[in-house]
Design a protein around this ligand. Structure first.
Ligand code: NAD
Length: 448
């Protein structure tokens, strides 16, 4: 695909976000503000970058078709009677993209926008991500098209258990190991592990991102945000930054965004803008990242945080800063808003936050982009550590986990940078590295 539609992709135009958790919530809060999102799909975005890298590697079309398509795609029906007394039918998906390098690995997303197309894209991204990070996994992703803020806890549990019952046949600690993603967390992983255990006996290595008392790993919850910060530290000098003078903005203040913000703040950097699905805030004198995280953990939404000015979500992008961290959904930096960004570096916490057209604009503006496929690998890297600990029924302390994470993230960054030729985007160099490693494994196994 390309923005020019060369693979049948939709032309990149923007639309209003119809799916930011939608509706008046139970607290009587107003509807979320409309946020412009690219209408080019996540799948088109991933295919575009895959094609660009495969082209440079000279991979023939038949081999590209093997590498770019999924090994297995499962869709299941999840009928659940909700508190309104009616049966609602949700769709659940698990896509296993490529397993040449090891068991399939990837998160489970709960969001009304979840579709086969999106899960397929995210699964493909996981294949390249695990390969770039050099951990022995393939790529997968899953999801259910439900809106968690509109559901009761017991309803989320019922959906989760039903989903696990229906996909367990394709999972297993040496086959496919899910983890959390948007709107899923350690509690959801605990329910998944418990449900799997009813059929197979206690199997902690079936999911990662579990609660600490259930053999979760120390450091997993903060891992994706921490990984972003490791890469910021690696790359800061390239664009003349140092932590005490760095001002940064975070789009999406959930797991990834809030942990990245807290760890950046610990280094001495200053958070000057943040957002969530309900709106955005700014304060040029600094926003306390810890206090904002506590506010969100206690059920608050970002625009209601005191000691900051409420702004429109679109204005968040225009805040003058050094580092912008997208940590919400895909397609949020697109052809119609990329020009507004006023930063030196973007570290992509979200998956596919930047469309190909936006990437070109950012390149013209001289913004250094550390791409999702490398930047947000911290979560899956510590998931790998959790899996290793589970297989041994052994536990590492948090310092050990964080140190090992730093080693892997720095190695991935340096290996990618070392093969980046003048003018080549870091993203394409990263995809090239990932594709080469998957192809090498597939050839050794005799798949291709
Ligand atoms: P999360 O559910 O904890 O947080 C998502 C955040 O995005 C929330 O604050 C939500 O309010 C906000 N959001 C949703 N729609 C928005 C909008 N229109 N505008 C602004 N904010 C909006 O999810 P997460 O786990 O932090 O994941 C965030 C992103 O990071 C996703 O793209 C996910 O795929 C990616 N990611 C997550 C992990 C992980 O370990 N959790 C790992 C790699 C990548």
């Amino acid at each position: 695909m390309a923005d020019d539609g060369s693979s049948g992709a939709a032309t990149e135009t923007t639309g209003q976000d119809a799916a930011s958790h939608g509706g008046d919530d139970q607290d009587g809060r107003p509807d979320p503000p409309k946020v412009s999102r690219a209408e080019v799909s996540n799948y088109d975005i991933v295919c575009h970058y895959f094609d660009a890298a495969a082209e440079r590697l000279g991979i023939p079309d038949d081999l590209r078709a093997v590498l770019n398509s999924s090994y297995r795609e499962v869709r299941v029906q999840i009928p659940v009677r909700l508190s309104d007394g009616k049966i609602h039918v949700f769709s659940g998906y698990r896509v296993q993209h490529n397993g040449a390098r090891g068991p399939y690995k990837g998160g489970i997303r709960y969001h009304p926008e979840v579709s086969l197309d999106e899960v397929r894209a995210l699964a493909s991204l996981m294949t390249w991500k695990t390969a770039i990070a050099g951990i022995p996994f393939g790529g997968a992703k899953g999801g259910v098209d439900c809106a968690v803020p509109d559901l009761e806890r017991s309803e989320v549990e019922e959906i989760t258990r039903s989903f696990m019952d229906k996909i367990e046949k394709v999972l297993g600690p040496t086959r496919d190991i899910p983890a959390p993603d948007v709107s899923t967390n350690a509690q959801v992983m605990a329910w998944m592990m418990d449900e799997y255990g009813k059929l197979h006996g206690h199997t902690p290595a079936i999911v990662t991102g579990k609660p600490i008392p259930l053999e979760g790993s120390f450091g997993r919850e903060a891992a994706t945000g921490r990984g972003l910060v490791y890469l910021y530290r690696e790359a800061a000098s390239t664009v003349g930054l140092s932590p005490p003078s760095t001002r940064f903005v975070v789009q999406g203040y959930g797991n990834v965004g809030s942990w990245a913000a807290r760890i950046m703040q610990q280094l001495g950097a200053t958070l000057v803008g943040a957002s969530d699905h309900m709106g955005a805030i700014r304060n040029d004198s600094g926003i306390d990242a810890e206090a904002l995280a506590r506010h969100v953990e206690e059920g608050g939404v970002v625009p209601e945080f005191e000691a900051a000015e409420r702004i429109s979500p679109d204005d968040l992008l225009a805040i003058e800063c050094d580092v912008f961290i997208p940590a919400a959904l895909g397609g949020m930096i697109h052809a119609d808003n990329a020009d507004q960004l006023s930063c030196k570096m973007i570290i992509e916490g979200a998956n596919s936050p930047t469309t190909p057209k936006a990437d070109e604009i950012l390149d013209d503006k001289g913004i250094y982009v550390i791409p999702d496929v490398m930047a947000n690998a911290g979560g899956v890297v510590v998931s790998y550590f959790e899996w290793v600990q589970n297989l041994q029924h052994f536990r590492w302390d948090e310092r050990e986990v964080n140190d090992k994470l730093g080693t892997v993230m720095r190695r991935a960054y340096r290996e990618t940078v070392s093969r980046k030729e003048e003018g080549l985007p870091l993203r394409v160099a990263a995809y090239q590295l990932g594709i080469e490693r998957v192809l090498e494994a597939a050839r050794m196994r005799g798949y291709v």
